[in-house]
Design a protein around this ligand. Structure first.
Ligand code: FPP
Length: 236
């Protein structure tokens, strides 16, 4: 069937509202995250079926360590569960999964699971799916700058040759185009340190729907709004 909307090439999602969803139902916050993980699985399928080429979701920020210990360890375990339960689906459906963010502070087991699924799915060409985990946009930019400074220090680069492309090519997202659309659920009007550099010209779509209530119908709604936007990239 011919689509009456444009599908963004790169979609970013800030999956917010798990805690509020759980609270509304008299449940613990962790139940919201569990439900959010199931919604993430379905959203990956929808994006792949609708023709999204790059999907990047925000699962755990560098600031999320401030949450209660129990919630943090639940989220870490949820990632392990997700990796184990999605490996076959991602491989069979040609989806390549990668993680963006810092590995510092993560335990050995989780890092080896991340590396395993990245390797196992690395041939996937249908969609590049990135999970931002232990991710912060400011940290990503400063890590990029650190790598570049080292090149200058070692005599491999002149300061006058530092430009936007060079910084872009040292971000965790190197080889991935900038996001066209970023969806944020739960009605908050904030970037929250997500893809700061890359979202310079991204369109934002904010919905009041809480992440565990998100579905394909809401996704298509966002795509329709995106299709009607006039992207000028600073031009007229
Ligand atoms: C924000 O909601 C959500 C998170 C910090 C976690 C996102 C995680 C998932 C959607 C589950 C999938 C995760 C993995 C590891 C694959 P919030 O807790 O800030 O909600 P609130 O603003 O209502 O409190």
């Amino acid at each position: 069937m011919l689509k009456d909307y444009i599908v963004p090439r790169h979609l970013g999602i800030i999956m917010d509202g798990n805690g509020r969803w759980a609270k509304k139902r008299g449940l613990l916050r962790i139940n919201g995250h569990k439900e959010g993980m199931l919604v993430l699985k379905r959203t990956v399928e929808s994006c792949k079926n609708l023709g999204v080429d790059f999907l990047t979701v925000y699962a755990f920020s560098t600031e999320n360590w401030k949450r209660p210990k129990l919630e943090v360890s639940f989220l870490l375990n949820l990632l392990k569960y997700y990796i184990n339960s999605e490996l076959d689906y991602l491989k069979e459906n040609n989806v390549s999964l990668r993680f963006i963010g810092s590995r510092i502070g993560l335990d050995k087991k989780i890092i080896s699971m991340m590396e395993m699924i990245e390797k196992e799915t690395s041939n996937g060409t249908e969609m590049i799916f990135s999970i931002a985990f232990n991710y912060g946009g400011r940290m990503e930019i400063s890590d990029s700058v650190k790598e570049i400074a080292l090149m200058v220090k070692n005599g491999n680069l002149l300061p006058e040759d530092i430009n936007e492309d060079l910084i872009t090519n040292h971000l965790y997202t190197k080889n991935i185009p900038d996001p066209d659309l970023i969806i944020r659920t739960s009605g908050e009007f904030r970037i929250s340190n997500f893809l700061l550099w890359q979202s310079a010209y991204s369109e934002y779509y904010i919905t009041d729907i809480l992440w565990p209530e998100f579905n394909e119908e809401e996704l298509v709604k966002a795509f329709k709004v995106f299709s009607a936007r006039n992207r000028r990239f600073g031009g007229i």
